[in-house]
Write a protein that binds this ligand. Structure first.
Ligand code: MGP
Length: 234
């Protein structure tokens, strides 16, 4: 399945004088070119017969996903880590994703300290989650002005099942920090080196990211905190 950013193209329908048969043939041809799950702008939004019907179609994603938010104002030094993380919304279609994405703040507009995550349904963005427990994460640091684009590309690649080892992926997190935003992809079996390297390599290609990135096992992060060393680098 292919997911593309919604395009805000206007109209695109044929002129008023075009014969009806030619118009119908063009519509059929355009319909045939649309891949399953692909998002397209309605070529003729004023046509009440065709337009609304097509827009109502919903395209299921391979998995259901949940957005999670950790509100920095709710974080306190005393509270246990994770006590302020909340699920925001679960979605399972392309249309639901865009409906939500278009109505929430981009990472660059979130408060410093916020963590925003998109994880497969029923997996929590915590080391303690049983599916994440033996996993780890690849992390990129975002250069100025890149976080929104890289977050969206990461989401589209995950939701659109672009990774050869997509079954290994738990979800992605964006950390909004004063110094630099970070984006991580969390995976399930950190010791499966081939799968981790494949995911890291594909992710860098998708983002056109040229710096070296590291993969840290959650177990190492638990033991060594900020001093945890990368298991793999790519
Ligand atoms: P962080 O927020 O992922 O890193 O983890 P960052 O952005 O480098 O640090 P920050 O201080 O700027 O937020 C920060 C700390 O939160 C870790 O060192 C852990 O103590 C704790 N922590 C983070 N995560 C993802 C978890 C988790 O999943 N479980 C638990 N128990 N603690 C966590």
């Amino acid at each position: 399945m292919k997911m593309e950013e919604e395009k805000n193209t206007e109209g695109g329908g044929m002129g008023k004088g075009a014969p009806a048969a030619a118009e119908a043939a063009a519509a059929a041809e355009a319909e045939a070119e649309v891949e399953e799950g692909e998002i397209v702008a309605d070529p003729n939004p004023s046509d009440v017969e065709e337009g609304p019907q097509r827009l109502r179609q919903s395209h299921p994603l391979e998995h259901s996903w949940t957005f999670w938010f950790d509100n920095p104002s709710a974080k306190s030094k005393q509270a246990a880590w994770g006590s302020s993380i909340r699920p925001v919304h679960t979605f399972s279609t392309v249309e639901d994703f865009w409906g939500l994405y278009n109505n929430i703040h981009r990472p660059s507009k979130l408060a410093v300290g916020a963590d925003f995550s998109c994880f497969k349904y029923k997996i929590e963005p915590k080391w303690e989650d049983p599916v994440c427990a033996n996993g780890g994460k690849w992390t990129i640091s975002c250069s100025r002005g890149k976080v929104d684009m890289w977050w969206l590309y990461t989401l589209l690649a995950m939701l659109g099942e672009q990774f050869d080892h997509g079954e290994e992926i738990c979800g992605a997190v964006v950390n909004v920090r004063a110094k630099q935003e970070k984006i991580s992809i969390w995976t399930k079996n950190g010791l499966n080196e081939a799968a981790q390297l494949s995911i890291g390599k594909q992710w860098k290609e998708i983002l056109d990211y040229n710096e070296t990135i590291g993969f840290i096992l959650h177990d190492d992060a638990k033991k060594h905190d900020r001093f945890a060393k990368s298991r793999y680098q790519i």
